[in-house]
Ligand binder design. Structure first.
Ligand code: ADP
Length: 500
């Protein structure tokens, strides 16, 4: 195969990264750069969209330089991005009207609460697959109209543009020629109807958002735009776009119904491919578009766990009983069992599928023989139990059985955790060699978009680092999981101040 290079732009919450991949899907070079986080008030988190753009171009140029390449050597660009973060800009000047409001910012809590109070929760959920929550873009767009004077005037003159970070970057890369987003990013805005596949007029009316500011929704893979010669010297096809979690699902080649990936970072992000039919959840899982390509939309169901790797950080920084996250693997392996110790790491309450905000972290079953190693082991096991809880719910609500769990993120390096996860799920786990699955996903989408690869090629190209197969006996698995559930119930009881 002729030499080809694909540039993957991975625009994250704290840093931007550009990775150049070759025609075999292998990393040739990479550059990342952090940018500033703005916290003007407690809970408010902002980014400067121009700084983001500068950081991306810095990474792009340096990644090329490291690989001894030029823009003209790049066959295609893939873009993946922090989802939901909202930029509003003036289409004439190309300047943002205010800083970008980041997904995790709580500055639209009041707008969000009002919508819930007015009884709109079910309507939004029914149409978008999401829950009314400040995370998603819609209440952020509303915030600009309520707080930035210029917004309404510009919108009235058809000069205002809204976009998630993918739209913003494409606007900049095309020198203002294209205002687009892909299905996966659109599905995180809370104003896109994921069933009818259009911006939803009724929801737009409720939020008083004018349709003229919205980007055109395009496929996640396919040539939807070219960079401007003014920006990159040559025209490069932009042929892959997806939000970060969906890109990771694609990068993990979870192409079939029942394929799922779990990212073990600070928290966990779980996505399961549910095929061409969207699956609704009653218990807080989100229904979302995985990707849209070749006139076909595929859906995913998504769940998250608030505390995963951060519990390991707490062992290190809060309790100071470990020096590094890595050593937890050996410490846990040094004990034969958890000695009956269970840890429910509900530092910030319990999320999916329990939803008990008042719950707090609790240890159970401590006897005089318990050592630091058991505490470490219980912490790692808790990550695996919580994952099982979410997967059980996914299986129950979708009627789809988990086929394979692909893993990534910092804590998936932990072999004890991965083996225990496989045992407790009674499923095979596969960990890839390339950890940058998000960037890899954008690269795969871009490569398919220029017809460099087909999905089947990617399955062969995906590099396995290690498989973990279940070896635990059913009796032991059931007993451990039952005890975990007892610990959960006890933790929830402790949160119930009135009845206990
Ligand atoms: P994020 O992207 O959320 O910052 P990362 O994917 O970089 O997270 O993973 C970092 C998290 O994973 C930290 O919370 C850290 O405590 C945990 N972690 C990293 N390596 C290990 C390990 N070998 N074992 C257990 N936890 C780990």
């Amino acid at each position: 195969m002729e030499k080809q290079f694909i540039a993957s732009i991975d625009q994250g919450t704290t840093s931007s990264r550009v990775i150049i991949f070759n025609e075999k899907g292998l990393v040739v070079s990479s550059q990342s750069k952090e940018f500033r986080q703005y916290f003007p008030k407690p809970g408010h988190v902002l980014h400067d969209a121009n700084e983001i753009w500068d950081s991306v171009m810095y990474c792009f140029k340096n990644a090329l330089k490291k690989a001894n390449l030029d823009f003209k050597d790049i066959s295609a660009i893939g873009i993946t991005n922090q989802r939901e973060t909202t930029v509003m800009w003036n289409k004439i000047t190309g300047q943002p009207i205010y800083k970008a409001i980041v997904w995790q910012s709580s500055q639209t809590q009041a707008i969000s609460d009002q919508l819930v109070d007015e009884g709109y929760q079910d309507l939004f959920k029914e149409k978008t697959g999401l829950l009314i929550n400040p995370y998603f873009s819609a209440t952020k767009i509303r915030w600009y109209f309520e707080n930035i004077k210029e917004a309404k005037e510009l919108a009235d003159d058809h000069k205002l543009a809204f976009g998630t970070i993918d739209s913003w970057l494409i606007w900049k890369l095309t020198n203002g020629e294209k205002h687009i987003t892909d299905y996966s990013n659109a599905s995180r805005t809370l104003i896109y109807n994921i069933y009818d596949l259009k911006w939803d007029d009724e929801l737009l009316d409720i939020l008083e958002i004018p349709k003229t500011i919205l980007p055109e929704v395009v496929s996640s893979s396919g040539v939807n735009a070219y960079t401007s010669e003014k920006i990159t010297g040559v025209k490069i096809p932009i042929s892959g776009i997806a939000g970060d979690q969906q890109a990771a699902l694609f990068g993990q080649t979870c192409f079939n119904k029942g394929d799922a990936k779990n990212t073990y970072g600070t928290g966990c992000f779980l996505l399961m491919n549910t095929g061409e039919s969207p699956k609704k959840s009653k218990n807080g899982l989100l229904t979302t578009i995985a990707w849209g390509m070749n006139d076909k939309i595929e859906y995913a169901i998504e769940g998250s766990i608030f505390v995963a790797g951060s519990a390991v950080q707490w062992l290190r920084d809060g309790l100071s009983i470990i020096k590094s996250a890595e050593e937890t693997e050996t410490l846990a392996q040094q004990t034969k069992s958890n000695l009956g110790v269970y840890f429910v790491p509900a530092f910030v309450g319990l999320g999916t599928p329990y939803w008990v905000e008042e719950a707090r972290g609790s240890f159970f079953g401590i006897t005089r023989g318990v050592t630091k190693n058991h505490i470490v082991r219980a912490t790692l096991e808790a990550i695996a139990y919580q994952t099982k809880d979410v997967i059980n719910l996914m299986e129950e609500e979708t009627g789809i059985t988990l086929k394979i769990l692909k893993v990534d993120g910092g804590a998936s390096n932990n072999n004890f955790l991965m083996q225990f996860q496989s045992d407790i799920l009674n499923n095979v786990i596969r960990r890839p060699k390339i950890f940058e699955t998000t960037a890899l996903g954008a690269c795969y989408l871009a490569g398919i978009g220029i017809k460099l690869w087909k999905k089947d090629d990617l399955i062969n190209m995906w590099n396995l680092d290690q498989s973990f197969n279940p070896v635990m006996k059913d009796k032991e698995r059931n007993e451990l999981y039952r005890n975990w559930q007892r610990a959960l119930r006890a933790c929830v009881a402790f949160a119930d101040k009135e009845n206990y």
